[in-house]
Design a protein. Structure first.
Length: 83
């Protein structure tokens, strides 16, 4: 399920208009994360590392509304959380 964002009242409209004209209006990030406690937890529980890491990463990303924005036909939609 998704909800259409009202672009006329959106505080990031100017950014959307500016970056939306780029061929690739996306960006990425690389960082170092200390996962010592998480790794110890999956070892104790016997879970596969990849599945636990993937679940926790997606859960954290979906908790931030801006990460759930999707552009379809030059409109911005907010995807609903599904857990």
């Amino acid at each position: 399920m998704k909800t259409k964002l009202d672009l006329t009242t959106w505080n990031r409209k100017e950014h959307f208009d500016f970056f939306g004209s780029f061929d690739e209006p996306f960006f990425g990030i690389t960082t170092t994360v200390d996962y010592t406690l998480g790794y110890q937890k999956i070892e104790d529980l016997g879970y596969p590392y990849f599945l636990f890491y993937l679940y926790k990463s997606l859960h954290a990303a979906n908790a931030i509304e801006a990460f759930r924005y999707r552009i379809e036909d030059n409109q911005v939609f907010i995807k609903c959380l599904v857990f």
